[in-house]
Design a protein. Structure first.
Length: 214
């Protein structure tokens, strides 16, 4: 059986094994909370708000294309399967002062061909009306804590199109490091696509432990 000290899912995207707790059991964390946010598993009523977010050109500016309702629904199914199979995943985000899903945030296994994959990626997306309030940074800090402290991951990565300044700011705020030598062309985007060039940010657990005040 794989232990938590082995890198998660080396090799095949399909063949990722679950990430385990320090005691060897599959993590059963269902939700995280911060001062203003709840990160929880997906519910049927999240399909409509997530589809709206995935269809908004402002939100999707740095993604290849907005998603259709069907693609968005399938994404939720993939997120749920990812939790069940790997013990980590992309949560639905709720504001604790408002009902309903306002976005997604969490950890995913990335396996596309690149020098740093397979790896665990931290990611986020919020409805545009909730931007600029520090919500992404607040949630991402807690997701990072979960990844390093609860799941004992050795390293967490994040990447985005070079021009995605808002997302890069969140990466920097939570302490991920950017080395321009790591920048890469995303293999899933065709040559000539302006989003193809990506920046890579990363943090090792040891650095997180040293630099954080938790
Ligand atoms: C990226 C995203 C989640 C940020 O959400 P958010 O809740 O507005 O982020 P925060 O408020 O926590 O932090 C944003 C930071 O960026 C800064 N910022 C806002 N607009 C900016 C801009 N145009 N350029 C640079 N920085 C900007 C804010 O000032 C804030 O920094 P500060 O806390 O030091 O003041 C949100 O913009 C989003 O969902 N974008 C679309 C989806 C996406 O691109 N996801 C990432 C894919 S890798």
């Amino acid at each position: 059986m794989r232990t938590r000290t082995e890198p998660p899912g080396i090799g095949e995207a399909e063949g990722f094994l679950p990430i385990l707790r320090a005691d060897g059991t599959l993590t059963d964390v269902i939700e995280l909370t911060t001062a203003r946010l709840l990160l929880r598993r997906w519910r049927p009523e999240d399909r409509e708000p997530l589809a709206r977010i995935n269809a908004d050109p402002r939100v999707m500016e740095f993604f290849p294309a907005p998603l259709s309702r069907e693609e968005s629904d399938r994404q939720i199914e993939r997120f749920e399967r990812h939790f069940d199979e790997h013990g980590l995943g992309m949560w639905a985000v709720e504001r604790r002062d408002l009902p309903g899903c306002i976005g997604r945030m969490g950890l995913l296994l990335a396996a596309f061909p690149a020098p740093f994959t397979p790896c665990v990626e931290i990611g986020w997306m919020l409805a545009a009306e909730h931007w600029g309030l520090g919500l992404a940074t607040e949630g991402a800090r807690e997701v990072l804590r979960h990844g390093f402290a609860t799941l004992a991951l050795d390293e967490i990565f994040s990447f985005t199109a070079v021009a995605n300044a808002r997302s890069r700011r969140v990466m920097e705020e939570i302490g991920l490091q950017h080395n321009p030598a790591d920048d890469f062309d995303h293999p899933n985007l065709p040559e000539g696509n302006p989003l193809r060039r990506h920046v890579l940010y990363r943090s090792k657990r040891q650095d997180w432990l040293r630099n954080s005040d938790r």
